[in-house]
Design a binder for this molecule. Structure first.
Ligand code: PEP
Ligand code: MN
Length: 334
């Protein structure tokens, strides 16, 4: 349920109303807009007498929210959220390209790639240290050592970092990692999400392989209900009956999630297609569809990559994509 307060409501009146809601066992999410303050009520709102609420002099309107996700709901927070990654902003017109290898493999590999993608306009460096691989016999990532190498790349380039967490026990290792990624396979690892909700880290959550947008937003709710509102959504393709591509990129998720939620939405065309030659057209299409950013896998020697070489761009190819993406951004700017 949301309650829109009238303009001119005093802080004291607002406080009194919030205490009244809290006495009913409800959590209150406050969204201060330019003209109106919206109170989002979370919990069992069946006890709230809508008629009584509407009759209060400070209430402009009251509406029940039918969607089961609340904190991420645009009705709770009408303006786009901006996620600030150490000065690098994502959302509300701020567009960023995240680039880097699927996995951190060595010092020279990550430093070389970091410098190259930065020179081409990437503003955040990606690199997996903990890898959720389908086969336990495949490369599992350099784990803590991989995070150390990412931190060296951050020192050299100044680029903020994103890396995937698989288990909450590893959280301490992510202290200087700027964005924690929850991968597609962990989108419904509810214990992990709940623990991340207790932190103030920026979380990028990827849509699961076979999950609906509603399920993605419900997973987001686990993080946000814990008090952590720093969430970025990521569409990375879903599993369909199609086999030519690794996944099927659901680009309609970009405008749909923007309609449903105030959180930034980025697109990963690398995992969505699995084929490096499809990354450019899908990156351009995602940009045109209004994504707030892209996440693209780049490797200095894709043929020898320990993970996802087939979908990785070379630094030169990435340079071309980044240049064309900027042109699309200019073309759609109003
Ligand atoms: C990744 O980003 O490296 C990754 C494993 O992606 P996803 O969870 O989307 O498969
Ligand atoms: Mn990958």
């Amino acid at each position: 349920m949301i309650a829109v307060l009238k303009q001119g409501t005093t802080d004291q009146q607002q406080e009194n109303l919030i205490s009244w809601f809290k006495d009913m066992g409800l959590d209150v999410h406050i969204s201060k807009g330019e003209f109106h303050t919206i109170l989002g009520l979370i919990g069992d709102t069946t006890k709230v007498d809508i008629g009584l609420l509407e009759s209060l002099s400070i209430i402009e309107s009251v509406k029940r929210i039918s969607e089961p996700f609340k904190n991420a709901n645009r009705k709770f927070h009408t303006e786009d959220s901006v996620i600030d990654v150490n000065g690098v902003k994502i959302g509300a017109g701020n567009f960023q390209i995240i680039a880097g290898p699927c996995s951190v493999e060595s010092h020279d590999q990550i430093i070389e790639i970091a410098k190259r993608v930065q020179a081409s306009g990437a503003t955040i460096l990606r690199g997996g240290a903990f890898k959720p691989r389908t086969s336990p016999y495949d490369f599992q990532g350099l784990r803590g050592d991989g995070i150390e190498l990412l931190l060296e790349a951050k020192k050299v380039t100044g680029l903020p970092l994103i890396s995937e967490i698989m288990a909450i026990n590893d959280l301490d290792l992510f202290e200087d990692v700027d964005i924690i990624q929850v991968g597609a396979r962990n989108m419904q690892n509810f214990d992990l999400l709940r623990e991340l909700g207790k932190t103030d880290k920026i979380i990028l959550i990827k849509r699961g392989l076979a999950n609906t947008m509603k399920e993605l937003l419900m997973s987001t709710e686990y993080i946000m209900a814990g008090g952590n509102e720093n969430v970025i959504l990521c569409e990375r393709g879903i599993r369909t009956f199609e086999t030519y591509t690794r996944n099927t990129l659901d680009l309609s998720a970009v405008p749909m999630l923007h309609e449903l939620s105030h959180l930034p939405v980025i697109v990963d065309p690398s995992h969505a297609t699995g084929l490096s030659r499809l990354v450019e057209p899908m990156a351009l299409a995602a940009t045109a569809a209004g994504a707030d950013g892209l996440m693209i896998e780049v490797h200095n020697d894709p043929e020898k990559a320990l993970c996802d070489g087939a979908q990785s761009l070379t630094p030169d190819q990435f340079d071309t994509v980044a240049r064309k993406v900027r042109k699309i951004r200019e073309a759609i700017a109003e």
